[in-house]
Design a protein around this ligand. Structure first.
Ligand SMILES: [Zn+2]
Ligand SMILES: [Zn+2]
Length: 431
């Protein structure tokens, strides 16, 4: 999904959650009929939503930059002007947006520096509606130039934003395993069946079905694959980590490490431009952190009794971002920045909680200390005491359960020392 029309996307948040609720209801009903069918795991879903929350947050701060190029080209260099009063022009503009989306999405899979951003959307080993919200924080900046030809052709910015939002919102409902094949629709549109293939890590499903709304582009340009066996969802070398910041940075780190280690200058550049399957001759692929075992998924869980606390922390962080999305205009820059830091730090710590990281208790204590200071400093004069006391109460409520269980937070932060925690699909279903 591209992210230009994110005001519409922010407004659609309640609808997203309603539909996730419907999917959860379907899951419960079907699990009664056919034991062992799980669509959602708490750790995986929270991680998807944390990535989506950070992406929206970055969008709040970056939206002007993202759209500036489009507006400049439209205002100064356009060759024609499409008329928003003419439905034929809307149809042409829609085909244009969906066409350039196909090429941006395809390039995002075939060029390493674009894949470094887009990979976030593909890291989940589940396939459900929350995966649709799992988006990269930086992809929104990389995608903008792909649509500049539309500015040159004279698609007015408002028309572009409306259609781009439609293209993005359309792709929400296709992230589900609850809808099977759809007959002739599967031949024309991007559907749940077609997009399940796109999220498969099976050899025959890799780099297939890049279309946004129309799947016709894949048929035209030779990237179409029909859904045959159920895909194994995720990427070929799993992330095995619930930290949403790490999800956004991990692949960049890998590319930079290759660039540093390879000797030829040409290869230091090429590693960013070649496909994800390429490595310079002197830096071949290393053994992955762990090999995905057929049917096994990363499934680290928080210490006994802390799952509820993790959910509350997640909701507080998401609340801060929603406050920024809808009420950002009401507060000053300092408060905005404080809310953003509180949210990103909180979402990172929620990941650390699920991963049982050794750094989590200290990081959570530091975050709440900073929150108390920020509440006192940023609240209006007469509210300082109230804000400080409220932050202190929240801090105690958040920290006591974590500190009680601090002996359980033992897993090292360093990736190469990471112990894989695996679960089979059957074990996951039983839990
Ligand atoms: Zn993709
Ligand atoms: Zn997707």
């Amino acid at each position: 999904m591209s992210q230009q029309g994110f005001n519409a996307i922010a407004l659609a948040i309640p609808v997203f959650f309603l539909l996730i609720g419907v999917e959860l209801w379907v899951e419960r009903r079907e699990r009664r009929l056919d034991s062992g069918r799980t669509l959602y795991r708490l750790n995986d879903t929270i991680n998807d939503l944390a990535c989506g929350t950070i992406q929206q947050l970055v969008g709040v701060f970056g939206k002007t930059v993202i759209f500036a190029g489009y507006i400049l080209i439209f205002e100064s260099f356009r060759l024609a002007t499409l008329d928003p009063g003419n439905w034929m022009h809307w149809a042409v503009a829609f085909l244009g947006i969906d066409f350039f989306y196909y090429w941006f999405h395809r390039a995002s899979h075939e060029v390493n520096f674009l894949w470094a951003a887009h990979i976030v959307h593909h890291q989940s080993e589940e396939y459900n509606l929350s995966v649709a919200l799992r988006q990269s924080a930086v992809q929104q900046f990389l995608g903008a130039p792909f649509y500049w030809p539309l500015a040159l052709l004279g698609v007015p910015p408002m028309m572009f934003l409306a259609l781009d939002a439609f293209d993005t919102l359309y792709q929400f409902w296709i992230h589900t395993r609850t809808i099977g094949r759809l007959g002739f629709l599967d031949a024309i549109l991007n559907t749940p069946s077609n997009h399940r293939v796109h999220h498969g890590s099976n050899t025959k499903y890799i780099d297939r079905n890049h279309g946004g709304v129309l799947i016709v582009w894949d048929r035209l340009f030779g990237t179409f694959q029909r859904e045959e066996e159920e895909p194994a969802y995720g990427v070929t070398r799993p992330l095995a980590n619930w930290n949403p910041l790490w999800a956004n940075l991990q692949y960049w780190g890998e590319l930079l490490a290759v660039a540093r280690r390879t000797r030829r200058w040409r290869d230091k550049l090429l590693i960013f431009l070649k496909s994800p399957g390429w490595r310079p001759a002197d830096v071949p692929f290393e053994t992955p952190p762990y090999m995905p075992i057929e049917g096994r998924k990363y499934d680290a869980r928080p210490p006994e009794g802390l799952a509820g606390a993790a959910v509350v922390q997640f909701l507080l962080a998401m609340g801060a971002v929603i406050a920024l999305l809808f009420g950002g205009g009401l507060v000053g820059t300092g408060a905005k920045l404080a809310l953003a830091i509180f949210a990103v730090w909180g979402l990172t710590n929620v990941g650390g909680l699920f991963d049982c990281r050794a750094w989590l208790p200290a990081s959570e204590a530091a975050r709440w200390a900073a929150t108390i200071v920020a509440a006192v400093l940023l609240a209006p004069g007469e509210w300082r005491l109230v804000a400080g006391a409220a932050a202190l109460l929240l801090a105690v409520a958040a920290l006591v359960p974590v500190l009680r269980q601090r002996a359980r937070f033992v897993r090292p932060a360093r990736v190469e020392e990471r112990l894989p925690v695996l679960v089979t699909q059957e074990e996951g279903a039983r839990a």
